[in-house]
Design a protein around this ligand. Structure first.
Ligand SMILES: C[S@@+](CC[C@H](N)C(=O)[O-])C[C@H]1O[C@@H](n2cnc3c(N)ncnc32)[C@H](O)[C@@H]1O
Length: 508
Protein backbone atom coordinates (compact mmCIF):
# COMPACT_ATOMS: atom_id res chain seq x y z
CA UNK A 1 0.00 0.00 0.00
CA UNK A 2 1.30 3.44 -0.72
CA UNK A 3 0.10 6.72 0.67
CA UNK A 4 0.76 10.03 -0.97
CA UNK A 5 0.09 13.19 0.89
CA UNK A 6 0.59 16.81 -0.01
CA UNK A 7 -0.81 20.17 1.04
CA UNK A 8 -3.82 21.09 -1.03
CA UNK A 9 -3.34 24.68 -2.25
CA UNK A 10 -7.08 25.00 -2.91
CA UNK A 11 -7.87 24.34 0.71
CA UNK A 12 -5.48 26.56 2.56
CA UNK A 13 -2.78 23.94 2.87
CA UNK A 14 -4.94 21.19 4.38
CA UNK A 15 -3.59 17.74 3.82
CA UNK A 16 -4.77 15.86 0.79
CA UNK A 17 -3.69 12.28 0.31
CA UNK A 18 -4.14 9.32 -1.93
CA UNK A 19 -3.66 5.67 -1.17
CA UNK A 20 -3.41 2.62 -3.34
CA UNK A 21 -3.81 -0.90 -2.01
CA UNK A 22 -1.14 -3.29 -3.27
CA UNK A 23 -1.85 -6.67 -4.71
CA UNK A 24 -4.55 -5.24 -6.91
CA UNK A 25 -4.27 -3.96 -10.44
CA UNK A 26 -2.52 -0.61 -10.28
CA UNK A 27 -4.69 2.00 -11.91
CA UNK A 28 -1.86 4.49 -11.98
CA UNK A 29 -3.57 6.71 -9.49
CA UNK A 30 -0.75 7.09 -7.01
CA UNK A 31 -0.10 10.75 -6.54
CA UNK A 32 -2.56 11.87 -9.20
CA UNK A 33 -4.84 14.77 -8.61
CA UNK A 34 -8.37 14.12 -7.54
CA UNK A 35 -10.83 13.92 -10.40
CA UNK A 36 -12.70 17.09 -11.01
CA UNK A 37 -16.21 17.03 -9.58
CA UNK A 38 -18.94 16.59 -12.15
CA UNK A 39 -20.57 19.62 -13.64
CA UNK A 40 -23.79 20.55 -11.95
CA UNK A 41 -26.14 19.33 -14.59
CA UNK A 42 -28.42 16.38 -15.13
CA UNK A 43 -30.51 16.86 -12.03
CA UNK A 44 -32.57 13.97 -13.24
CA UNK A 45 -29.87 11.53 -12.25
CA UNK A 46 -31.19 11.13 -8.73
CA UNK A 47 -33.43 8.20 -9.16
CA UNK A 48 -31.63 6.37 -11.88
CA UNK A 49 -31.53 2.73 -10.98
CA UNK A 50 -27.96 1.43 -11.22
CA UNK A 51 -27.17 -1.42 -13.53
CA UNK A 52 -27.01 -4.53 -11.41
CA UNK A 53 -23.83 -6.56 -11.66
CA UNK A 54 -24.07 -9.40 -14.09
CA UNK A 55 -24.60 -12.04 -11.47
CA UNK A 56 -27.17 -9.98 -9.60
CA UNK A 57 -30.63 -11.42 -9.12
CA UNK A 58 -33.29 -11.15 -6.57
CA UNK A 59 -32.98 -14.02 -4.16
CA UNK A 60 -35.70 -15.15 -1.88
CA UNK A 61 -33.97 -13.13 0.82
CA UNK A 62 -36.33 -10.87 2.73
CA UNK A 63 -33.82 -8.06 2.91
CA UNK A 64 -36.25 -5.23 2.64
CA UNK A 65 -38.40 -6.74 5.31
CA UNK A 66 -35.41 -7.00 7.60
CA UNK A 67 -34.19 -3.47 6.98
CA UNK A 68 -37.59 -1.81 6.99
CA UNK A 69 -38.52 -3.52 10.22
CA UNK A 70 -35.25 -2.36 11.68
CA UNK A 71 -35.71 1.27 10.83
CA UNK A 72 -39.30 1.57 11.86
CA UNK A 73 -38.28 0.54 15.35
CA UNK A 74 -36.51 3.70 16.43
CA UNK A 75 -33.91 3.14 19.05
CA UNK A 76 -33.68 -0.57 18.55
CA UNK A 77 -29.99 -1.25 18.10
CA UNK A 78 -30.43 -4.97 17.80
CA UNK A 79 -32.68 -4.52 14.81
CA UNK A 80 -30.39 -1.97 13.27
CA UNK A 81 -27.44 -4.25 13.66
CA UNK A 82 -29.51 -6.92 12.03
CA UNK A 83 -30.31 -4.59 9.12
CA UNK A 84 -26.70 -3.65 8.62
CA UNK A 85 -25.62 -7.23 8.79
CA UNK A 86 -28.15 -7.83 6.09
CA UNK A 87 -26.56 -5.05 4.03
CA UNK A 88 -23.41 -7.05 4.02
CA UNK A 89 -25.22 -10.25 3.29
CA UNK A 90 -27.33 -8.66 0.61
CA UNK A 91 -24.51 -6.93 -1.18
CA UNK A 92 -22.47 -10.06 -1.24
CA UNK A 93 -25.15 -12.04 -2.98
CA UNK A 94 -26.24 -9.24 -5.27
CA UNK A 95 -29.65 -8.48 -3.79
CA UNK A 96 -30.99 -5.16 -4.96
CA UNK A 97 -32.21 -3.37 -1.85
CA UNK A 98 -34.37 -1.08 -3.97
CA UNK A 99 -36.59 -3.95 -4.92
CA UNK A 100 -39.54 -5.26 -3.01
CA UNK A 101 -39.13 -8.72 -1.57
CA UNK A 102 -40.42 -11.27 -4.00
CA UNK A 103 -43.82 -12.60 -3.11
CA UNK A 104 -42.77 -16.10 -4.05
CA UNK A 105 -39.33 -17.65 -4.13
CA UNK A 106 -37.42 -16.15 -7.02
CA UNK A 107 -35.54 -18.17 -9.57
CA UNK A 108 -32.02 -18.91 -8.37
CA UNK A 109 -29.35 -16.94 -10.20
CA UNK A 110 -27.98 -18.51 -13.33
CA UNK A 111 -25.39 -21.15 -12.60
CA UNK A 112 -26.37 -21.52 -8.96
CA UNK A 113 -28.78 -24.02 -7.64
CA UNK A 114 -30.93 -23.16 -4.63
CA UNK A 115 -28.90 -25.44 -2.41
CA UNK A 116 -25.65 -23.65 -3.14
CA UNK A 117 -27.32 -20.23 -2.76
CA UNK A 118 -28.52 -21.30 0.67
CA UNK A 119 -25.00 -22.46 1.49
CA UNK A 120 -23.63 -19.06 0.56
CA UNK A 121 -26.12 -17.33 2.82
CA UNK A 122 -25.18 -19.68 5.60
CA UNK A 123 -21.51 -18.90 5.12
CA UNK A 124 -22.30 -15.22 5.12
CA UNK A 125 -23.94 -15.59 8.47
CA UNK A 126 -20.68 -16.99 9.74
CA UNK A 127 -18.81 -14.19 8.06
CA UNK A 128 -20.88 -11.71 9.99
CA UNK A 129 -19.45 -13.12 13.18
CA UNK A 130 -16.01 -12.47 11.77
CA UNK A 131 -16.42 -8.75 11.46
CA UNK A 132 -14.02 -6.97 13.76
CA UNK A 133 -15.37 -5.02 16.72
CA UNK A 134 -16.56 -2.33 16.64
CA UNK A 135 -17.13 -2.25 12.93
CA UNK A 136 -20.84 -2.93 12.79
CA UNK A 137 -22.02 -3.19 16.34
CA UNK A 138 -22.35 -0.38 18.79
CA UNK A 139 -24.92 2.04 17.41
CA UNK A 140 -27.29 2.74 20.27
CA UNK A 141 -30.10 4.28 18.23
CA UNK A 142 -31.00 5.23 14.71
CA UNK A 143 -31.25 8.96 14.03
CA UNK A 144 -31.20 9.17 10.23
CA UNK A 145 -32.08 6.77 7.46
CA UNK A 146 -32.70 6.90 3.72
CA UNK A 147 -33.27 4.25 1.08
CA UNK A 148 -32.40 5.38 -2.42
CA UNK A 149 -32.05 3.58 -5.71
CA UNK A 150 -28.28 4.07 -5.53
CA UNK A 151 -27.59 3.83 -1.81
CA UNK A 152 -28.81 3.19 1.71
CA UNK A 153 -27.67 5.52 4.47
CA UNK A 154 -28.04 5.14 8.23
CA UNK A 155 -26.64 7.15 11.11
CA UNK A 156 -26.93 6.93 14.85
CA UNK A 157 -25.23 7.48 18.15
CA UNK A 158 -22.52 5.12 19.15
CA UNK A 159 -23.10 3.45 22.47
CA UNK A 160 -21.54 5.69 25.08
CA UNK A 161 -18.05 4.80 26.11
CA UNK A 162 -17.77 3.88 29.74
CA UNK A 163 -16.70 6.52 32.22
CA UNK A 164 -17.94 9.89 33.34
CA UNK A 165 -16.35 11.69 30.39
CA UNK A 166 -18.42 9.77 27.85
CA UNK A 167 -19.56 11.99 25.00
CA UNK A 168 -21.82 11.47 22.04
CA UNK A 169 -20.13 10.08 18.98
CA UNK A 170 -21.97 9.49 15.75
CA UNK A 171 -21.66 6.65 13.30
CA UNK A 172 -22.56 7.10 9.63
CA UNK A 173 -23.02 4.13 7.34
CA UNK A 174 -23.34 4.40 3.60
CA UNK A 175 -24.04 1.34 1.52
CA UNK A 176 -23.26 2.34 -2.05
CA UNK A 177 -24.93 -0.36 -4.07
CA UNK A 178 -24.09 -3.00 -4.83
CA UNK A 179 -20.88 -3.71 -3.01
CA UNK A 180 -19.38 -0.87 -1.00
CA UNK A 181 -20.04 -0.13 2.64
CA UNK A 182 -18.48 3.02 4.12
CA UNK A 183 -18.55 3.69 7.81
CA UNK A 184 -17.53 7.03 9.29
CA UNK A 185 -17.13 7.36 13.04
CA UNK A 186 -16.38 10.74 14.51
CA UNK A 187 -14.10 12.92 12.43
CA UNK A 188 -10.96 11.33 11.14
CA UNK A 189 -8.22 13.89 11.40
CA UNK A 190 -5.15 11.88 10.72
CA UNK A 191 -3.48 10.37 7.73
CA UNK A 192 -2.62 6.95 9.02
CA UNK A 193 -3.95 3.90 7.27
CA UNK A 194 -4.32 0.76 9.30
CA UNK A 195 -4.89 -2.56 7.62
CA UNK A 196 -4.51 -4.70 10.69
CA UNK A 197 -7.73 -6.52 9.72
CA UNK A 198 -7.39 -5.94 6.04
CA UNK A 199 -8.83 -8.97 4.44
CA UNK A 200 -11.61 -11.04 5.88
CA UNK A 201 -12.82 -14.06 4.07
CA UNK A 202 -15.51 -16.57 4.75
CA UNK A 203 -16.43 -19.02 2.07
CA UNK A 204 -16.87 -17.18 -1.20
CA UNK A 205 -16.86 -13.74 0.32
CA UNK A 206 -13.89 -11.51 0.87
CA UNK A 207 -14.03 -8.01 2.20
CA UNK A 208 -11.31 -5.43 2.03
CA UNK A 209 -11.37 -3.36 5.12
CA UNK A 210 -9.43 -0.13 5.09
CA UNK A 211 -9.26 1.71 8.36
CA UNK A 212 -8.23 5.35 8.52
CA UNK A 213 -7.20 6.30 11.98
CA UNK A 214 -6.52 9.53 13.69
CA UNK A 215 -2.82 10.29 13.83
CA UNK A 216 -3.19 10.17 17.59
CA UNK A 217 -4.62 6.67 17.41
CA UNK A 218 -8.15 5.39 17.68
CA UNK A 219 -10.51 6.71 20.24
CA UNK A 220 -12.62 9.71 20.83
CA UNK A 221 -11.36 13.19 21.60
CA UNK A 222 -13.26 16.43 21.46
CA UNK A 223 -11.83 18.72 18.85
CA UNK A 224 -11.98 22.47 18.51
CA UNK A 225 -15.28 22.55 16.63
CA UNK A 226 -17.75 21.22 19.16
CA UNK A 227 -19.31 17.86 18.52
CA UNK A 228 -16.81 16.79 15.91
CA UNK A 229 -14.51 14.21 17.38
CA UNK A 230 -11.55 12.38 16.11
CA UNK A 231 -12.51 9.05 14.72
CA UNK A 232 -12.17 6.54 11.96
CA UNK A 233 -13.38 5.70 8.49
CA UNK A 234 -13.86 2.06 7.58
CA UNK A 235 -14.43 0.93 4.05
CA UNK A 236 -15.77 -2.52 3.24
CA UNK A 237 -16.05 -3.84 -0.23
CA UNK A 238 -17.16 -7.16 -1.52
CA UNK A 239 -14.97 -7.56 -4.56
CA UNK A 240 -16.72 -10.64 -5.85
CA UNK A 241 -18.12 -8.75 -8.83
CA UNK A 242 -15.34 -6.22 -9.32
CA UNK A 243 -11.62 -6.51 -9.56
CA UNK A 244 -10.94 -2.78 -9.46
CA UNK A 245 -8.58 -1.56 -6.78
CA UNK A 246 -9.82 -0.01 -3.60
CA UNK A 247 -8.82 3.60 -3.75
CA UNK A 248 -9.37 6.39 -1.29
CA UNK A 249 -8.63 10.08 -1.37
CA UNK A 250 -9.15 12.37 1.55
CA UNK A 251 -9.02 16.07 2.21
CA UNK A 252 -9.06 16.57 5.93
CA UNK A 253 -10.10 20.06 6.90
CA UNK A 254 -12.69 21.52 9.23
CA UNK A 255 -15.91 19.66 9.97
CA UNK A 256 -17.72 21.03 6.91
CA UNK A 257 -14.95 20.49 4.38
CA UNK A 258 -13.50 17.10 5.28
CA UNK A 259 -13.96 14.89 2.24
CA UNK A 260 -13.65 11.22 1.43
CA UNK A 261 -13.62 10.04 -2.16
CA UNK A 262 -13.81 6.30 -2.65
CA UNK A 263 -13.69 4.38 -5.84
CA UNK A 264 -16.47 1.86 -6.19
CA UNK A 265 -15.94 -0.12 -9.35
CA UNK A 266 -16.35 2.31 -12.22
CA UNK A 267 -17.73 5.04 -10.00
CA UNK A 268 -16.33 7.46 -7.47
CA UNK A 269 -18.36 8.27 -4.41
CA UNK A 270 -17.64 11.39 -2.38
CA UNK A 271 -18.73 12.21 1.14
CA UNK A 272 -18.25 15.79 2.28
CA UNK A 273 -18.68 17.05 5.84
CA UNK A 274 -20.11 13.79 7.12
CA UNK A 275 -19.28 14.23 10.78
CA UNK A 276 -21.14 14.47 14.05
CA UNK A 277 -24.91 14.81 14.19
CA UNK A 278 -26.55 13.69 10.93
CA UNK A 279 -27.82 16.36 8.57
CA UNK A 280 -24.75 18.24 7.47
CA UNK A 281 -23.16 15.75 5.11
CA UNK A 282 -23.19 15.88 1.33
CA UNK A 283 -22.99 12.94 -1.05
CA UNK A 284 -22.21 12.91 -4.74
CA UNK A 285 -20.86 10.42 -7.25
CA UNK A 286 -19.59 10.34 -10.78
CA UNK A 287 -18.27 7.82 -13.23
CA UNK A 288 -14.66 7.57 -14.31
CA UNK A 289 -15.33 9.65 -17.42
CA UNK A 290 -16.61 12.48 -15.22
CA UNK A 291 -20.33 12.02 -15.94
CA UNK A 292 -22.42 12.63 -12.84
CA UNK A 293 -24.07 9.61 -11.32
CA UNK A 294 -25.52 11.47 -8.35
CA UNK A 295 -25.58 15.26 -8.07
CA UNK A 296 -24.29 16.74 -4.84
CA UNK A 297 -27.09 16.38 -2.31
CA UNK A 298 -27.67 16.42 1.39
CA UNK A 299 -27.77 13.25 3.41
CA UNK A 300 -30.82 13.00 5.65
CA UNK A 301 -31.04 14.60 9.06
CA UNK A 302 -33.81 12.26 10.18
CA UNK A 303 -35.55 9.06 9.22
CA UNK A 304 -37.10 9.56 5.79
CA UNK A 305 -40.19 7.75 4.56
CA UNK A 306 -39.03 4.37 3.30
CA UNK A 307 -40.35 1.17 1.85
CA UNK A 308 -42.15 1.25 -1.46
CA UNK A 309 -44.64 3.97 -0.51
CA UNK A 310 -42.00 6.12 1.12
CA UNK A 311 -39.68 5.83 -1.87
CA UNK A 312 -42.49 6.71 -4.25
CA UNK A 313 -43.39 9.78 -2.22
CA UNK A 314 -39.79 11.00 -2.15
CA UNK A 315 -39.42 10.39 -5.86
CA UNK A 316 -42.64 12.24 -6.64
CA UNK A 317 -41.75 15.35 -4.66
CA UNK A 318 -38.20 15.38 -5.90
CA UNK A 319 -39.32 15.00 -9.52
CA UNK A 320 -41.41 18.16 -9.21
CA UNK A 321 -38.19 20.17 -8.82
CA UNK A 322 -36.50 18.67 -11.86
CA UNK A 323 -37.06 19.25 -15.52
CA UNK A 324 -37.69 22.41 -17.45
CA UNK A 325 -40.98 23.53 -15.96
CA UNK A 326 -41.42 25.04 -12.53
CA UNK A 327 -43.86 23.36 -10.19
CA UNK A 328 -47.26 25.08 -10.03
CA UNK A 329 -46.65 26.46 -6.52
CA UNK A 330 -43.19 27.77 -7.34
CA UNK A 331 -43.83 31.45 -8.06
CA UNK A 332 -40.19 32.39 -7.53
CA UNK A 333 -41.43 35.18 -5.22
CA UNK A 334 -41.74 35.47 -1.47
CA UNK A 335 -45.26 34.54 -0.30
CA UNK A 336 -47.27 37.77 0.12
CA UNK A 337 -48.84 36.58 3.40
CA UNK A 338 -45.41 35.90 4.86
CA UNK A 339 -44.04 39.24 3.73
CA UNK A 340 -47.05 41.00 5.31
CA UNK A 341 -46.73 39.07 8.57
CA UNK A 342 -43.09 40.11 8.88
CA UNK A 343 -43.80 43.74 7.87
CA UNK A 344 -46.62 44.06 10.43
CA UNK A 345 -44.52 42.25 13.05
CA UNK A 346 -46.99 39.42 13.50
CA UNK A 347 -43.80 37.42 13.07
CA UNK A 348 -40.67 38.87 14.68
CA UNK A 349 -37.09 37.82 14.10
CA UNK A 350 -35.97 34.92 16.24
CA UNK A 351 -35.18 31.26 15.72
CA UNK A 352 -37.39 30.03 12.87
CA UNK A 353 -38.07 26.81 11.04
CA UNK A 354 -39.80 26.38 7.69
CA UNK A 355 -41.61 23.10 7.08
CA UNK A 356 -41.58 21.90 3.46
CA UNK A 357 -39.36 24.77 2.31
CA UNK A 358 -39.16 23.64 -1.32
CA UNK A 359 -36.43 25.50 -3.17
CA UNK A 360 -36.00 28.03 -0.43
CA UNK A 361 -37.48 31.37 -1.56
CA UNK A 362 -39.25 32.02 1.74
CA UNK A 363 -36.49 30.66 3.99
CA UNK A 364 -33.96 32.93 2.28
CA UNK A 365 -36.34 35.88 2.75
CA UNK A 366 -36.64 35.14 6.49
CA UNK A 367 -32.85 34.94 6.78
CA UNK A 368 -32.56 38.28 5.01
CA UNK A 369 -35.03 39.72 7.54
CA UNK A 370 -32.79 38.67 10.42
CA UNK A 371 -34.37 35.31 11.41
CA UNK A 372 -32.08 32.43 12.35
CA UNK A 373 -33.52 29.91 9.89
CA UNK A 374 -33.64 26.13 9.68
CA UNK A 375 -35.54 24.80 6.67
CA UNK A 376 -36.74 21.23 6.15
CA UNK A 377 -37.84 19.40 3.06
CA UNK A 378 -37.69 15.85 1.82
CA UNK A 379 -36.78 16.65 -1.78
CA UNK A 380 -32.98 16.67 -2.18
CA UNK A 381 -33.19 18.50 -5.50
CA UNK A 382 -35.27 21.30 -3.96
CA UNK A 383 -32.70 21.63 -1.19
CA UNK A 384 -29.82 21.71 -3.66
CA UNK A 385 -31.55 24.62 -5.42
CA UNK A 386 -32.27 26.25 -2.06
CA UNK A 387 -28.63 26.02 -1.01
CA UNK A 388 -27.63 27.73 -4.22
CA UNK A 389 -30.23 30.44 -3.68
CA UNK A 390 -28.94 31.17 -0.17
CA UNK A 391 -25.37 31.25 -1.41
CA UNK A 392 -26.29 33.77 -4.10
CA UNK A 393 -28.17 35.87 -1.55
CA UNK A 394 -25.24 35.67 0.86
CA UNK A 395 -27.31 34.36 3.78
CA UNK A 396 -26.96 31.38 6.09
CA UNK A 397 -29.81 28.87 6.35
CA UNK A 398 -29.57 25.42 7.93
CA UNK A 399 -31.03 23.19 5.20
CA UNK A 400 -32.14 19.79 6.40
CA UNK A 401 -33.30 16.82 4.38
CA UNK A 402 -36.00 15.55 6.70
CA UNK A 403 -39.60 14.51 7.03
CA UNK A 404 -41.63 17.14 8.93
CA UNK A 405 -43.41 14.38 10.83
CA UNK A 406 -40.06 12.99 12.05
CA UNK A 407 -37.80 16.03 12.34
CA UNK A 408 -34.37 15.82 13.92
CA UNK A 409 -33.73 17.28 17.34
CA UNK A 410 -33.83 21.08 17.06
CA UNK A 411 -33.52 23.84 19.60
CA UNK A 412 -37.13 24.99 20.19
CA UNK A 413 -37.99 27.80 17.78
CA UNK A 414 -39.96 31.06 18.05
CA UNK A 415 -41.47 30.96 14.58
CA UNK A 416 -42.68 28.29 12.16
CA UNK A 417 -43.70 28.94 8.57
CA UNK A 418 -45.43 26.45 6.30
CA UNK A 419 -46.80 27.12 2.86
CA UNK A 420 -48.29 24.15 1.13
CA UNK A 421 -46.77 21.34 3.20
CA UNK A 422 -49.26 20.84 6.06
CA UNK A 423 -52.28 20.48 3.77
CA UNK A 424 -50.68 17.53 1.99
CA UNK A 425 -49.06 15.86 5.00
CA UNK A 426 -52.25 15.98 7.10
CA UNK A 427 -53.97 13.62 4.68
CA UNK A 428 -51.52 10.90 5.68
CA UNK A 429 -50.49 11.88 9.17
CA UNK A 430 -52.16 14.94 10.74
CA UNK A 431 -51.26 13.76 14.24
CA UNK A 432 -47.62 13.34 13.33
CA UNK A 433 -47.52 16.85 11.90
CA UNK A 434 -49.10 18.43 14.98
CA UNK A 435 -46.87 16.45 17.34
CA UNK A 436 -43.78 17.59 15.40
CA UNK A 437 -45.01 21.19 15.51
CA UNK A 438 -45.26 20.98 19.28
CA UNK A 439 -41.86 19.35 19.54
CA UNK A 440 -39.99 22.01 17.58
CA UNK A 441 -41.64 25.08 19.16
CA UNK A 442 -41.26 26.79 22.51
CA UNK A 443 -44.37 28.00 24.38
CA UNK A 444 -45.41 31.35 22.94
CA UNK A 445 -43.99 30.53 19.49
CA UNK A 446 -45.98 31.72 16.47
CA UNK A 447 -46.85 29.51 13.54
CA UNK A 448 -48.04 30.77 10.16
CA UNK A 449 -49.58 28.12 7.91
CA UNK A 450 -50.88 28.75 4.39
CA UNK A 451 -53.10 25.85 3.32
CA UNK A 452 -55.61 25.07 0.57
CA UNK A 453 -59.17 26.14 1.41
CA UNK A 454 -62.06 23.69 1.01
CA UNK A 455 -64.32 26.59 -0.04
CA UNK A 456 -62.48 26.78 -3.35
CA UNK A 457 -64.97 26.05 -6.11
CA UNK A 458 -62.66 25.18 -9.00
CA UNK A 459 -61.81 21.58 -9.69
CA UNK A 460 -58.02 21.52 -9.63
CA UNK A 461 -55.39 22.97 -7.35
CA UNK A 462 -53.69 22.18 -4.05
CA UNK A 463 -55.15 19.90 -1.37
CA UNK A 464 -57.94 21.52 0.62
CA UNK A 465 -58.79 21.75 4.30
CA UNK A 466 -62.04 22.76 5.99
CA UNK A 467 -62.19 25.21 8.88
CA UNK A 468 -63.38 22.37 11.11
CA UNK A 469 -60.39 20.23 10.17
CA UNK A 470 -58.05 23.07 11.05
CA UNK A 471 -59.75 23.55 14.40
CA UNK A 472 -59.68 19.81 15.08
CA UNK A 473 -55.99 19.58 14.23
CA UNK A 474 -54.74 22.56 16.22
CA UNK A 475 -57.17 23.37 19.04
CA UNK A 476 -55.36 21.22 21.57
CA UNK A 477 -52.04 22.87 22.32
CA UNK A 478 -52.35 25.97 20.14
CA UNK A 479 -54.38 29.20 20.20
CA UNK A 480 -55.78 30.61 16.96
CA UNK A 481 -54.59 34.22 16.61
CA UNK A 482 -56.27 34.40 13.23
CA UNK A 483 -57.91 32.06 10.74
CA UNK A 484 -58.50 34.05 7.56
CA UNK A 485 -59.33 33.38 3.97
CA UNK A 486 -56.60 34.38 1.57
CA UNK A 487 -55.29 33.31 -1.84
CA UNK A 488 -52.08 31.59 -2.81
CA UNK A 489 -49.96 33.85 -4.96
CA UNK A 490 -50.24 32.94 -8.60
CA UNK A 491 -47.20 32.03 -10.66
CA UNK A 492 -48.61 33.93 -13.63
CA UNK A 493 -50.24 37.37 -13.76
CA UNK A 494 -53.14 36.14 -15.94
CA UNK A 495 -54.40 33.66 -13.34
CA UNK A 496 -55.77 34.09 -9.85
CA UNK A 497 -54.18 31.90 -7.16
CA UNK A 498 -56.24 29.20 -5.44
CA UNK A 499 -58.32 30.02 -2.36
CA UNK A 500 -56.30 29.40 0.81
CA UNK A 501 -56.30 29.70 4.59
CA UNK A 502 -53.92 31.92 6.47
CA UNK A 503 -53.67 30.33 9.91
CA UNK A 504 -51.71 32.11 12.63
CA UNK A 505 -51.28 30.05 15.79
CA UNK A 506 -49.65 30.57 19.13
CA UNK A 507 -48.11 27.57 20.84
CA UNK A 508 -49.58 27.23 24.36
C1 LIG B 1 -46.43 22.52 -2.40
S1 LIG B 1 -44.74 22.42 -2.06
C2 LIG B 1 -44.45 23.99 -1.30
C3 LIG B 1 -43.00 24.36 -1.28
C4 LIG B 1 -42.69 25.71 -0.62
N1 LIG B 1 -43.20 25.80 0.71
C5 LIG B 1 -43.24 26.83 -1.45
O1 LIG B 1 -44.16 27.51 -1.00
O2 LIG B 1 -42.72 27.03 -2.58
C6 LIG B 1 -44.71 21.30 -0.69
C7 LIG B 1 -43.28 21.00 -0.23
O3 LIG B 1 -43.35 20.18 0.93
C8 LIG B 1 -42.40 19.13 0.81
N2 LIG B 1 -42.92 18.01 1.60
C9 LIG B 1 -44.00 17.24 1.37
N3 LIG B 1 -44.15 16.34 2.34
C10 LIG B 1 -43.15 16.55 3.22
C11 LIG B 1 -42.76 15.94 4.43
N4 LIG B 1 -43.44 14.91 4.95
N5 LIG B 1 -41.66 16.39 5.06
C12 LIG B 1 -40.93 17.41 4.52
N6 LIG B 1 -41.25 18.04 3.39
C13 LIG B 1 -42.35 17.61 2.74
C14 LIG B 1 -42.31 18.84 -0.66
O4 LIG B 1 -41.09 18.24 -1.03
C15 LIG B 1 -42.47 20.23 -1.24
O5 LIG B 1 -41.23 20.86 -1.40
Amino acid sequence: MSIHSCPDPHRGGETKWTCVIPGMPNPGVAGVERSEPPERRMLGAHFVRPQPPENSRNHAIPFRRASAAAVTQHGSPARLVCAIAWFVTAIAVGVSVADEPPTRPAEPPAGRDPASAAAIVEQLREFREELPEPTILGMSDLAAYEEHALFVYAAGRLAAASGAQAETRWRHLLLWKPSLLIMVDGRPTGTTLDRSRPHISAGPVTVDCLVVRSAAGPGSRRSADGDATEGEVWIFRVPASEAAPLELEATVGDAASTQWTIQAGAQRVRLTGVVGQPGRGLLDAWSMDGAPVLESRLLPAGILPHGRRGAEMLARWDASYRGEQRAGWDTGRVASDLRDAVRTQLLRPGRAVEFGCGNGTNAVFLAQEGFDVTALDLAPTALAQARQRAEQAGVQVRWLLADVTAPPELEPVDVVFDRGCYHGVRRENAQGYVAALRRVTRPGARILILAGNANEQTGSGPPRVTEQELRDDFSAGFRFIHLETTRFDSATADRQGALAWSVLLERL
